[in-house]
Design a protein around this ligand. Structure first.
Ligand SMILES: Nc1nc2c(ncn2[C@@H]2O[C@H](COP(=O)(O)OP(=O)(O)OP(=O)(O)O)[C@@H](O)[C@H]2O)c(=O)[nH]1
Ligand SMILES: [Mg+2]
Length: 302
């Protein structure tokens, strides 16, 4: 199955309700670039989880371009509109981090797919020939480290873990020491799921982040927030709170295979100024894809 086929499948799950179907419907049934058309477009974007403010911004932009560039046909308008969405998705930028090792801290609320994403990433990096180390800083349940260990075995990499209930920052400290000693290329830290409004748990993330900064000062740092694409607009609130606790450098949108909406990707990219790095499209090892704005927008319209 091709690159964005799985997303396309999800987005067009139900012909009438899916974001893709609705968008296609609007441009397909186009008669003229009047107020009715723009209103319908804005409404469709909101239903697709894009959020009211981005929906309005994107529609206003299309209205402006239609006027100034004299766009009249459905085709011209659709091309311009796709371009507008791509620009929003690219607004987070994506500069590659320099330094060594690469340290990826993975955070997010409960059950969004953090551990699974780490397993998939570990497999990708080991396949590239990188020396990967996983850190089980979710010490909340013993099963969490066991789950990560299974992914480590699958990927063929090592894992650092401690007993259940250990201080997560202490496990990260150990992992940083091991990374230094073993010349690791990529260290990926799993963390326990937490609600963004629990201050003590959010402080714990800040502490973990400081440990990495102190122990591996030359590292290329990435902090990925994992968001379940099926949660809709609450994802935006999560992004804001987690960013305050541990400066985000990237987003991973999981379960895009299970949503007929997917517009939350656009809402978060617009609001957060943080790039979407990966999308999860299933539970298997190879169900993680580097995010491509153009591919995503194509999937919305195809
Ligand atoms: N369909 C689908 N399922 C996914 C995806 N990513 C993760 N899952 C599933 O979501 C469930 C939770 O995944 P985990 O990786 O355990 O999530 P987590 O964020 O580590 O959970 P906690 O550690 O409990 O906070 C599992 O059943 C995964 O198989 C995805 O992209 N698509
Ligand atoms: Mg987990």
């Amino acid at each position: 199955m091709g690159f964005f086929d799985k997303i396309r499948q999800g987005l067009s799950k139900t012909k009438k309700e899916g974001a893709a179907g609705r968008l296609r419907g609007i441009f397909g049934g186009f008669s003229k670039a009047g107020e009715e058309f723009f209103e319908e477009l804005e409404e469709t974007l909101i239903l697709a989880d894009v959020g009211a403010s981005v929906a309005m911004k994107a529609t206003d932009e299309l209205r402006d371009r239609a006027r100034s560039e004299k766009l009249n046909s459905a085709e011209e308008l659709q091309t311009a509109f796709e371009q507008i969405l791509i620009e929003i998705l690219e607004s987070g930028g994506s500069e590659p981090k320099t330094g060594s090792p690469l340290v990826i801290l993975v955070i997010g609320v409960n059950g969004v797919g953090k551990t699974t994403t780490i397993g998939k990433l570990a497999a990708q990096y080991t396949a590239e020939g990188k020396n990967v180390l996983l850190c089980a800083a979710d010490t909340f349940r013993a099963a969490a480290a066991d789950q990560l260990e299974i992914w480590a075995q699958r990927a063929g990499c090592k894992i650092i873990r401690q007993s259940e209930g250990s201080d997560p920052a202490a496990v990260v400290f150990d992992a940083c020491a091991a990374a230094k000693a073993r010349g690791v290329d990529v260290l990926i830290c799993d963390t326990a799921g937490r609600l963004q409004n629990k201050a003590n748990l959010m402080n714990e993330l800040s502490k973990i982040s400081r440990v990495i900064e102190r122990e591996l000062p030359g590292a290329a740092r990435e902090t990925y927030l994992v968001i379940d694409a099926t949660t809709g607009q609450n994802g935006l609130e999560q992004a804001k709170q987690f960013d305050a606790a541990a400066e985000l450098t990237g987003l991973v949108l999981t379960k895009l295979d299970g949503t007929a909406k997917g517009g939350i990707v656009i809402a978060i990219a617009d609001a957060m100024n943080v790039p979407v790095k990966y999308v999860g499209v299933g539970e298997q090892t190879d169900d993680l894809m580097a995010f491509e704005p153009k591919g995503f927008v194509d999937a919305l319209f195809e």
